[in-house]
Design a protein around this ligand. Structure first.
Ligand code: MG
Length: 308
């Protein structure tokens, strides 16, 4: 499906997208314009710093490499709160839903897969931002098993049906892209599987716009870029559908405003899954912070799930 080198590139592109969006996270659209990697800004972090999106993605990648499950993942998330899996040993970002789920898990009274809130108001993009590695790990699995794995790794932090549907659509679209499908076809196939999966029709309807024939050609003004899971998935798909290059994709996403780092990161995964051999620009690769831990996790994940 992908070579080890391609998987390493996939992680690099997604981490660069995260790091490029970090300094402008929460800024209103068109109140700024980024043209490359910069430092400081929202969290006052040095250039090349990646956020929770990448840190929690690394936690999942390591869990999958080790053959672990939701409990092991939540233990790594707990370590993240104390600065593990971060670029400089400092954790500067965490979503509310994820933070509360980690607390709930650590009371010892709920299993990992039930730690995420089931409230309709807890439908942030916190599961989408970290779930991409599953697309590699589920290679060759049938849909019922895939659906269960995606669900289990979503509900650790996000237990509502809408968040689960978003994760299913996203991971399955990534799988289809990795299998060589074009984005429109990949989305359609993911939709077909999700439609057959006994989700409530009223919840599936929240995703209808993604599959409308003119969604890819929607204007920028029609795309919302909040941290609400439906907005974030739509924005990421729209960016990927309209990208001329990885550079263009990341800048388009990071300039949408609001949840810039996560939308750029999700968009980058969608784009990179369909363009496995396209690296990010060299000047961005050179400033991305790399740690011995991040390099090891990516290398070992690629060795397990990639071809030589
Ligand atoms: Mg973030």
């Amino acid at each position: 499906m992908a070579t080890q080198k391609q998987i390493v590139n996939f992680f690099e592109v997604s981490m660069i997208a995260d790091a490029l969006g970090v300094p402008v996270e929460f800024r209103p659209r068109d109140s700024y314009h980024v043209t490359g990697m910069i430092g400081h800004g929202t969290y006052d972090q040095p250039i090349g710093s990646w956020s929770d999106d990448s840190s929690l993605t690394l936690c999942l990648a390591e869990t999958l490499t080790e053959g672990g499950g939701p409990t092991q993942l939540m233990q790594k998330f707990t370590a993240y709160l104390d600065g593990d899996y971060t670029p400089r040993g400092i954790r500067f970002d965490i979503g509310i839903g994820t933070s509360e789920a980690i607390s709930r898990f650590n009371t010892g009274r709920v299993p990992a897969t039930e730690a995420g809130s089931r409230s309709v108001n807890a439908n942030g993009n916190g599961a989408l931002m970290r779930i991409a590695p599953l697309a590699f790990a589920l290679n060759g699995q049938n849909w019922p098993i895939s659906r269960q794995r995606i669900t289990d790794f979503t509900t650790v932090t996000h237990g509502h049906e809408r968040a689960i549907i978003a994760s299913c659509l996203y991971v399955e679209t990534l799988r289809q892209l990795l299998a060589g499908q074009a984005l429109a076809d990949a989305l359609k196939q993911a939709d077909q599987l999700v439609q057959q999966s006994d989700f409530p029709a009223e919840e599936l309807a929240y995703f209808d716009r993604l599959f409308s024939p003119d969604f890819f050609t929607a204007s920028r003004g029609q795309i919302r870029s909040s941290g609400y899971v439906v907005d974030s998935l739509e924005a990421a798909v729209w960016c990927a559908a309209n990208a001329a290059s990885v550079q263009h994709l990341i800048l388009t996403a990071a300039n949408l405003g609001e949840d810039t780092d996560t939308i750029a990161q999700i968009a980058a995964c969608l784009y990179a899954a369909g363009h496995l051999d396209e690296p990010a620009p060299m000047q961005w690769r050179q400033v991305l912070i790399r740690t011995p831990q991040s390099e090891r996790i990516i290398r070992e994940f690629a060795a397990k799930y990639g071809f030589r």
